[in-house]
Design a protein around this ligand. Structure first.
Ligand code: NAD
Ligand code: UDP
Length: 337
């Protein structure tokens, strides 16, 4: 069993992954500055797993603080979730996004290198496939364009990590390209808890379901898709968390760089998700068709073959379970964590 540093471990995907890591017997050290999460998430991880772990409140921009964590602990590998992730905000605040995500990652790599810890799993995104590639997205496709600064931070960090490996073949790097993570832990104790008005579909639907928002705005119904609304590859956050367990095992045993999609390989439309959620919560949810959202594409789904071949990983849950678990969480925590 290994000791894993989890940057951004108090966040949505990080916290669910911590539950999986602890469940598999790994030791974890969570490093987070709570810029987009709350300490309560850590309490929930402990409650679900029945295990305690080290937590360091710190910023990935703070090299001294990172060095201290590596000085004080023998860390085998890092899972690097920490980053800012709001697409729209990144257009308004490009400097803050590039600084936090890219400079922060460079600091982390420096601290890792100085302590001879050269195994990292990085949170990348399907956004790196840009707008020109045809679906399903395959890892071998070109990934050098994006439509916003957030997306470019992922493109650039992938490139940086590739170059780190080119310079030093001792590194072991997995770039996990997530599709659309939704849902929550089965216990209802842990889930997504965004600040303010949700930007993403699923947390918005959750808030409509508990009466915090009046209706869902559906961004366009004139796309070239079966019902005209956008199609995405929604993946249960616990499937995603389990994918990280596989990726950690992989970096502990191999050297090199691998980009790997974590998706189901299946697409669902906005209305598919809305109707599945209505089934889960047992009530009709109001919606209105709105204009398309700038930067959105019609289709986005994964070719999930590589994750199966490399890790033996496959998504287990479908859209109904994602909605049932997401409903349980919001019903039990209507005001978040
Ligand atoms: P999140 O905002 O819930 O979690 C990110 C965590 O990082 C938060 O707890 C935040 O406080 C922390 N953080 C941010 N900047 C930090 C800094 N400078 N120092 C220390 N901690 C910092 O987001 P999430 O949905 O869990 O996403 C995790 C990662 O996965 C991010 O890198 C995100 O870009 C990526 N990703 C997310 C999605 C998605 O749909 N949620 C899709 C693709 C990729
Ligand atoms: N969407 C929507 N209403 C919302 C939020 C999102 O209709 O309030 C649509 C969006 O246009 C896209 C899909 O839901 O087709 C998923 O959007 P989300 O922001 O969750 O993820 P993205 O795929 O953009 O990363």
């Amino acid at each position: 069993m290994a000791t894993i540093l989890v940057t951004g471990g108090a966040g949505f995907i990080g916290s669910h992954t911590c539950v999986e890591l602890l469940g598999a017997g790994h030791e974890i050290i969570v490093y987070d500055n709570f810029s987009n999460s709350k300490p309560e998430a850590l309490e929930r991880i402990k409650k679900i797993s029945g295990k305690d772990f080290r937590f360091v409140e710190g910023d990935i921009l703070d090299l001294d603080a990172l060095d201290k964590v590596f000085d004080e602990n023998k860390i085998d590998a890092v899972i690097h979730f920490a980053g800012l992730k709001a697409v729209g905000e990144s257009v308004q605040k490009p400097v803050e996004y590039y600084h936090n995500n890219i400079t922060g990652t460079l600091m982390l790599i420096k601290a890792m290198r100085a302590h001879d810890c050269k195994r990292i799993v990085f949170s990348s995104s399907a956004t790196v496939y840009g707008v020109d590639n045809p679906v399903p997205y395959v890892e071998t496709m070109p990934t050098h364009t994006s439509t916003n600064p957030y997306g470019y931070t992922k493109v650039m960090i992938e490139q940086i990590l590739q170059d780190v490996y080119t310079a030093d073949k001792d590194w072991s790097i997995v770039l996990l390209r997530y599709f659309n993570p939704i849902g929550a832990h089965k216990s209802g104790l842990l889930g997504e808890d965004p600040n303010g008005i949700p930007n993403n579909l699923f947390p918005y639907i959750q808030q409509v379901a508990v009466g915090k928002r009046e209706f869902l705005g559906v961004f366009g119904n004139d796309y070239d898709t079966p019902d005209g609304t956008g199609v995405r590859d929604y993946i249960h956050v616990m499937d995603l968390a389990n994918g990280h367990l596989c990726a950690v095992d992989y970096v502990l045993a191999h050297k090199g760089v691998e980009a790997v999609n974590l998706g189901t390989g299946k697409g669902s439309s906005v209305l598919d998700v809305l109707h599945a959620f209505e089934k889960a919560c047992g009530k009709e949810l109001p919606y209105k068709i709105m204009p398309r959202r700038a930067g959105d594409i019609a289709w986005c789904y994964a070719d999930a073959t590589k994750a199966k071949e490399l890790f033996g990983w496959e998504a287990r849950y479908g859209i109904d379970e994602m909605c049932e678990d997401g409903w349980r969480f919001i019903e039990q925590n209507p005001n978040g964590l």
